[in-house]
Design a protein around this ligand. Structure first.
Ligand code: NAD
Length: 369
């Protein structure tokens, strides 16, 4: 059968290649067992690209990225490249690809798997069954606004300046991502702002209100960011989809991530705007970094990257059944007591990266039977 989805695989550095190897086994499984086939390209990014091509984001990688239907990445960075000038560091590769593909919407689910609910620092009844989605605008806001910098005033004092800006079209497009997604979930969007203090977010709120009529089955609410931080740890299950700007999203998504208690379990997606044919650039990656402290030991948790692949099936290819199957396989291996070292609990079976991958394949076999 001709391959009908073109994927770019970017293993990156540290544990990146190890966790990506397990995703490749899942892709092979799908090629053999399902109706879909994938054409895979693999390319260098980050430290591996600095070593192999003298640049954290080689032109060849960007060519393949533009040609791909979706991209999956491991992680970049590590001590070997830390002393390089800022502009040549591995992380520039990741920031560069996000920028060149205009990936403006960052999706971070915070899901608490029943079997891991005890890993959260919050009480069991607060987090058990949690399934929320944080959508963070990724290309605007105070991180990119001008003017910016540090200047010296005539009296010798120094002044730091950053500028929070959004334009209506930027808010509309991230708002639409949130409404679309909520329409496929529990039909509630909570937009987070600081409209009691910041004019930029007064406008943000007005724009969200102006587009809500396009989504009659989705309910829109608003919350100030300080309250949202409190509510996320007080009663996170009140949320379905949260949408917010770059800076608030940066902070709240890490806060939500920790409700789940395990970095090795967290997937993410970054999406671009759809073109006329509906095709959109998309990069899927685990939230964790390259974990140099455990790289090469075969102990990394591959589940965040496998779940990121599941997000790719769901959001780039609309393969909801297959994505659900991957999520279920992860749930099942955890229920069966399998744990990599990062999520180990007394009484459970500590397994290596590839044993965890094999367990996922075995569950996929059962689920597809
Ligand atoms: P990290 O996420 O790599 O590691 C933090 C801790 O979590 C470590 O103890 C690590 O062993 C553990 N951990 C992370 N992922 C794990 C997994 N899948 N299984 C088991 N344990 C896991 O963060 P860090 O130590 O701050 O950063 C290390 C390097 O990664 C740095 O160079 C940093 O810049 C880079 N980084 C890259 C990304 C990315 O590529 N998106 C994100 C964060 C950090």
């Amino acid at each position: 059968m001709a391959a009908n989805k073109r994927l770019l695989v970017l293993p990156g550095d540290g544990i990146g290649p190890e966790v990506m190897a397990e995703v490749r086994r899942v892709i092979d499984w799908m090629d053999k067992r399902r109706h879909v086939t994938f054409a895979l390209d693999e390319a260098l990014i980050g430290g591996a690209a600095i070593d192999g091509a003298g640049n954290p984001l080689p032109d060849r990688t960007m060519e393949l990225a533009h040609a791909a239907d979706a991209i999956i990445m491991g992680a970049v960075g590590g001590p070997k490249w830390e002393k390089l000038p800022f502009a040549q560091q591995p992380e520039r590769g990741l920031l560069g690809i996000r920028k060149q593909l205009s990936l403006f919407a960052n999706l971070r689910p915070a899901v608490v798997f029943d079997a891991l609910a005890n890993a959260s620092t919050l009480k069991l009844d607060v987090v058990k069954g949690l399934d929320i989605m944080i959508i963070r605008e990724l290309t605007g806001d105070i991180y990119f606004g001008e003017p910016r910098g540090i200047e010296t005033l005539p009296d010798g004092r120094r002044k730091g300046v950053n500028t929070m800006t959004y334009t209506t079209d930027e808010v509309e497009r991230i708002g639409r991502v949130a409404f679309d997604l909520a329409g496929k979930r529990n039909k509630r969007v909570c937009s987070i702002d600081k409209a009691n203090v910041l004019e930029t977010t007064v406008m943000w709120r007005e724009v969200m209100e102006s587009i809500k009529g396009e989504y009659p089955d989705v309910q829109l609410s608003h919350m100030y960011v300080d309250n949202a931080a409190m509510q996320l740890v007080r009663n996170p299950k009140q949320f379905d989809v949260i949408v917010t700007g770059n800076m608030f999203g940066d902070i709240l998504s890490d806060c939500a991530a920790m409700l789940t208690g395990s970095l090795g379990m967290l997937p993410s997606a970054s999406l671009g705007a759809p073109d006329k044919t509906g095709r959109r650039a998309a990069l899927y990656e685990p939230v964790h970094g390259s974990a140099p402290d455990i790289a090469g030991k075969g102990v990394a948790n591959p589940l965040a990257t496998i779940l990121s692949f599941g997000m790719m099936l769901r959001y780039s290819f609309d393969m909801v059944e297959d994505a659900d199957r991957i999520d279920q396989a992860v749930q099942n291996v955890l229920n069966n007591g399998m744990r990599t070292a990062d999520i180990m609990e007394p009484g459970k079976a500590k397994v290596s990266t590839d044993t965890m991958g094999s367990a996922i394949l075995a569950e996929l076999d059962k689920l597809a039977a």
